[in-house]
Structure formats: structure tokens, C-alpha cells
Write a protein that binds this ligand. Structure first.
Ligand SMILES: C[S@@+](CC[C@H](N)C(=O)[O-])C[C@H]1O[C@@H](n2cnc3c(N)ncnc32)[C@H](O)[C@@H]1O
Length: 227
């Protein structure tokens, strides 16, 4: 039932009393969390009615309506402070994820664990987390077809500033399993993306020397992942 991406997401949830799945859509993650006893109860929330109805059907078919509660609403708005210990926000843009956390900061900073899976703008999300009292303790990767997704396991904890600006774009090497073949594939893919950015910038008519230097620096720092 779960895609590779969502399998990694749910695997990062452990020993939760009550978890909140923000933007649950189909409700597959809450269903697995209960089936695998990763959470005792899950609140499956979505800002749109259609996805919530979809989730309701799947939850009912799995006989889990007593363990998964559905709530209509955006971000962390549908829950009270301290009502949940874990929040999952997957399949949304990195900037939207940081806006959701900022909008409900008083709730977010009481969480035990956050599992965040940005579809884009991962550098903006990492920077937001680092500057706002969150620490990425682990990064996992999931490959689906030609795409590789980053899944971040986050705690509420002051963190030191990132040693290199490039790590906002790549992640901190120490957070990855550097012996994993998927990490190698991820870095190879990121290198290709930055090489393409540099190529495009070199064709630009405006002055882009500084930008090019910046991306070359990131390319150089990808070497930190190869040990
Ligand atoms: C692309 S789907 C991702 C579904 C699932 N989380 C996943 O990763 O497969 C995005 C879902 O988030 C919902 N959504 C978008 N913005 C939201 C917000 N601010 N708060 C809660 N749900 C939101 C959408 O209605 C949609 O069901």
C-alpha cells in the first residue's frame, strides 16, 4: 500500500502515544502507524474535504476508525497544545512546511518528534529549522523512479549553526548513512542538478560570477559525502 517514500516516513515514527499526520490525503500513513503499533492513536488531518473523505473510506475499510480520528483543518490548527507528541508533514513544499511550523510555533515546540518530507526547497526548510530551535537528528532517503526524496527526523533542540552554507542544500553529512548506496546516488543527483544550474547561469547576460562561485562551492562540498 505504501510507496517507498511513505515507508521511510512511517519508519521514522516510533513509540508515539498520539501522532498527527498533516495533509493525510489517502490516510495510508496513519493506517500503517496503527497496524505496526508505531502509534497508539493517530489524528489524520487535511485542509481539504475531498482527501479527508478518501482517508475516511480507507480507514473504515481497514477497521481502524476507533484508533484514527479525522479532522478538517490546515497545519497544526486541528490539534490542541500537547495533544500529540509526533507530527508528520509529508509531500508538501519545504517552505510550506516551515510556514506550518511557524504558524503554530507554541504547539510545534512541545513535540517530541517531527517527521518532515519536503518535495522541494529543502535548503529553506533546513535553514528555518536550524535558526528556529529545531535539530535534524537523522536524514533518510527514498528512491521512487528517478526521484530521490529526503525525509528528516527532527527534534526540538537548539542546534549549532551549520558549518558550511552548502549543508543547507545537501544536508549535514553526519546525518546520512554514508555507506549506503542511495546516499551516493543522492549526491550524484544533486551534483548533476548544481552542474546544470551553473551551466544555465554561465549563459546569463547579467553578472552572475558570485552565484556561480556559490554553486561551485556546493559542488566541492559534495566531496564531504564520499569520505
Ligand atoms: C501531495 S498530498 C500529500 C499527501 C501525503 N501526505 C503524502 O505524502 O503522500 C498533499 C495533501 O496535503 C493537503 N494540504 C495542503 N496544504 C495543507 C495544509 N496547510 N494543511 C493540511 N493539509 C494540507 C492537501 O489537501 C493534500 O491532501
Amino acid at each position: 500500500m505504501l510507496t517507498e517514500r511513505l515507508k521511510v516516513v512511517k519508519n521514522l515514527v516510533e513509540n508515539s502515544i498520539t501522532a498527527l499526520d498533516v495533509g493525510t490525503d489517502h490516510g495510508y500513513v496513519p493506517i500503517c502507524l496503527i497496524k505496526e503499533k508505531r502509534a497508539k492513536k493517530v489524528i489524520a488531518a487535511d485542509i481539504n474535504k475531498g482527501p479527508l473523505e478518501n482517508a475516511e473510506k480507507n480507514i473504515r475499510l481497514n477497521g481502524l476508525s476507533d484508533k484514527i480520528e479525522l479532522r478538517l483543518g490546515g497545519g497544526l490548527i486541528p490539534v490542541e497544545e500537547n495533544e500529540v507528541d509526533t507530527v508528520i508533514i509529508a509531500g508538501m513544499g519545504g517552505i510550506l512546511i516551515s510556514e506550518i511550523l511557524e504558524e503554530s510555533r507554541s504547539k510545534a515546540i512541545k513535540l517530541k518528534n517531527l517527521v518532515l518530507q519536503p518535495m522541494n526547497s529543502q535548503e529553506d526548510l533546513r535553514k528555518y529549522l536550524n535558526l528556529n530551535g529545531y535539530k535534524i537528528v537523522k536524514e533518510k532517503l527514498a528512491r521512487e523512479n528517478k526521484k530521490i526524496y529526503n525525509i528528516l527526523s527532527v527534534r526540538v533542540e537548539e542546534d549549532k549553526p551549520y558549518e558550511k552554507e552548502s549543508y543547507y542544500f545537501l544536508g549535514r553529512p553526519e546525518n546520512f548513512d554514508l555507506n549506503d548506496d542511495l546516499t551516493r546516488q543522492y549526491i550524484d543527483l544533486r551534483r548533476k542538478q548544481f552542474e546544470a544550474v551553473i551551466k544555465n547561469l554561465s549563459r546569463a547576460k547579467r553578472n552572475v560570477e558570485e552565484e556561480i562561485e556559490f554553486y561551485k562551492e556546493i559542488l566541492k562540498d559534495t566531496e564531504d559525502f564520499y569520505g
